[in-house]
Design a protein around this ligand. Structure first.
Ligand code: GCB
Length: 611
């Protein structure tokens, strides 16, 4: 009896503790504002389709051998004398730019999916001998194995989220070498899986940097408005280091005259609860950001944080307790400047400027976490954000590893962006077919998300179906609809489903008492291709589809906004129609070279006049 009792108590303790921590083991957040040394620039690379630098001829991984030997590419070996056999040489190999994808940089790698080894050599002198140094990758697609000075640091799975490894003990003042084995092969059990409607850009696609921190440092924090009390700033700070217990952390927000000391527990976590009556709330009209400063011992970190509440009430979405209509657009992370995977602040600025010009107050960042510039800029520009986990279409729902991978990627983006006021919705998935296994998978993701971040809304882009077998009435029939805070779905009436005039023949019967968002609708058009509105691929067809759809949407009573598909034409190997698609999904309102199509102005007009 006592034993059971003790077990339950222990479980309750562990559970409540987890709720408090909400912190991921190793990710250093806000490297954006930390002093760091960029490792961007030219790296040496070796294309290795047979993974010759990873396995010996018996297909045993070199890294599992006691002495990997010079054949392992991560050893970055050179012949010791003129007779020595070494069959690769990074320094004699070609260079490639980081961050970027290899597909658009190297013509012969356009469709390559497999392993490429990257190597960067550098010198580094710490500013203080006691400091610790981490190598931080903002994203590498898809699988990375990371080695430093010949030793394995670790591995990471998932192409769109950050990770870091400590290098303090291996770091030298000169001649360090960092080697990354990057593998972007699509795999059935992956997240995403084999099949997507976007380009599987490979490479070190976002920034890489060395982050130097004091021996005890602020690894993580969560500082947002208490959703239950808009005069209270709430959260936690997590320290990492040798001695993290009972440390005093100073939290200051100069503009609010806040200077508060909090003390860490044994695990290095201090909780924050600060009252203030004078908070200017972050909103789309006035995206006010406060400078928040955290100081502990030798460590000091600043962040620019907006305070707002976001909730739903019946069928409405409330920002700071006021109803808001989400005038959105979906966006893929492609560079409107250089083509290929986007990663720079200029790419983000151009995409969000276009969204603003369109009259948007909201963007759906599809179908995976975008780079940190996007959400940082959205914070500054007053644009609300939907962030999405790459659980897309036909994921291996029954596979435990697949679930862990999906949960880990989601945790990484929540960790990175949980202090961003612009981010209001975590999307679990896109267009996933309903089944028991899928419901369990998504249900677990949603529960995990709520545990990590109880301040934001949960959604997923679901699909619509006929209402009770009647094809002219549409509804949402999906068990996951009961789990989400905001009911979102994609629909392509007029494109995959009849012609645009079909919009006028349909009605919608949505029975859930929740706010509704249409996460996608759209039609393909080749910029400059004109004809009558019934001719596919013309700008006139796309324009008419927008006109008809906007009319149809008036009939959905719970509708609180939408994010049409999509801002800019984007690359997809599924899109092969010559002269029209040529490898691009053409549903953009803007072509990949920046020309606006007619439908852009239809939507802009709607948004400009919508309250
Ligand atoms: C969808 C998908 C999106 C595709 C789009 C299309 O429903 O969510 O990823 O790109 O349709 O163009 O077919």
């Amino acid at each position: 009896m006592f034993k059971i009792h003790k077990k339950i108590l222990l479980l309750i303790f562990v559970f409540s503790f987890c709720l408090q921590i909400n912190a991921q083991e190793n990710l250093i957040i806000n490297t954006y504002n930390r002093s760091s040394e960029s490792l961007n620039g030219d790296w040496k690379y070796i294309v290795d389709p047979y993974e010759n630098g990873f396995y010996n001829y018996r297909l045993e991984a070199f890294e599992d051998q006691e002495n990997p030997g010079s054949s392992a590419f991560f050893m970055n070996a050179k012949p010791k004398d003129k007779s020595d056999l070494v069959e690769y040489d990074f320094d004699l190999s070609d260079s490639i730019a980081v961050p970027s994808d290899w597909n658009t940089q190297k013509e012969n790698l356009y469709y390559y999916e497999g392993t490429v080894w990257y190597k960067k050599s550098f010198d580094y002198v710490k500013t203080n001998q006691d400091n610790r140094v981490f190598v931080y990758f903002e994203a590498v697609n898809y699988q990375s194995d990371v080695y430093f000075n010949g030793k394995k640091l670790g591995a990471h799975t998932g192409g769109f989220t950050p990770f870091n490894f400590e290098v303090t003990d291996l770091l030298k003042e000169s001649d360090n070498f960092l080697v990354v084995k990057v593998d972007n092969k699509r795999i059935a059990e992956g997240v995403p899986t084999l099949n997507t409607d976007w380009f599987n850009y490979g490479g070190i696609t976002r920034d890489v940097k060395l982050v130097e921190v004091p021996s005890t440092f602020i690894q993580d924090y969560f500082i947002q408005l208490n959703p239950e009390n808009n005069q209270q700033i709430k959260g936690f700070v997590q320290l990492k280091g040798q001695d993290v217990s009972e440390k005093e952390i100073l939290v200051t927000i100069p503009e609010l005259k806040i200077k508060e000391k909090v003390v860490t527990n044994k695990e290095g976590i201090a909780s924050i609860q600060i009252k203030s009556k004078k908070i200017k709330y972050w909103s789309t009209q006035n995206p006010y950001l406060y400078n928040v400063v955290l100081t502990v011992g030798a460590d000091k970190i600043e962040d620019q944080i907006g305070f707002r509440t976001i909730k739903t009430q019946g069928q409405e979405i409330l920002l700071n307790d006021e109803k808001i209509y989400l005038k959105g657009i979906s966006i893929h992370e492609e560079s409107p400047i250089s083509g290929g995977r986007g990663s720079t602040i200029e790419d983000a600025q151009q995409l969000l400027n276009w969204a603003k010009e369109l009259g948007c107050n909201y963007v759906r960042l599809a179908h995976y976490p975008h780079n940190e510039h996007m959400v940082r800029l959205a914070d500054k520009m007053g644009i609300l954000v939907w962030e999405e986990n790459p659980v897309y279409w036909t994921i291996a729902w029954d596979n435990e590893e697949t679930y862990k991978n999906a949960e880990n990627q989601l945790s990484e983006v929540i960790n990175r962006d949980k202090n961003r006021a612009s981010v209001i919705i975590w999307s679990m998935a896109n267009e996933t077919p309903t089944s028991d296994a899928r419901n369990v998978f998504l249900g677990n993701l949603a529960a995990h998300t709520r545990e990590m971040d109880p301040t934001r809304l949960i959604s997923a882009a679901l699909e619509q179906t006929d209402y009770q077998g009647n094809p002219s009435i549409r509804t949402i029939h999906d068990d996951f609809a009961d789990v989400v805070d905001v009911l979102s779905f994609n629909q392509y009436v007029g494109w995959y489903d009849g012609l645009p005039d079909k919009c006028g023949q349909l009605s919608w019967k949505i029975t859930q008492n929740k706010p509704v968002l249409i996460s996608e609708f759209g039609a393909g058009a080749k910029v400059g291709f004109h004809g009558d509105k019934l001719t596919r691929w013309t700008e006139e067809y796309q324009e008419d589809l927008y006109i008809q759809t906007l009319k149809m949407l008036e009939g959905i009573e719970q509708l609180q906004g939408f994010s049409p598909w999509i801002l800019v034409d984007f690359r997809s190997p599924r899109r092969v129609l010559p002269k029209i698609q040529d490898g691009y999904n053409r549903k953009g309102l803007i072509s990949e070279d920046g020309q606006k199509k007619k439908a852009f102005f239809v939507l802009k007009d709607f948004y400009d006049n919508k309250k």
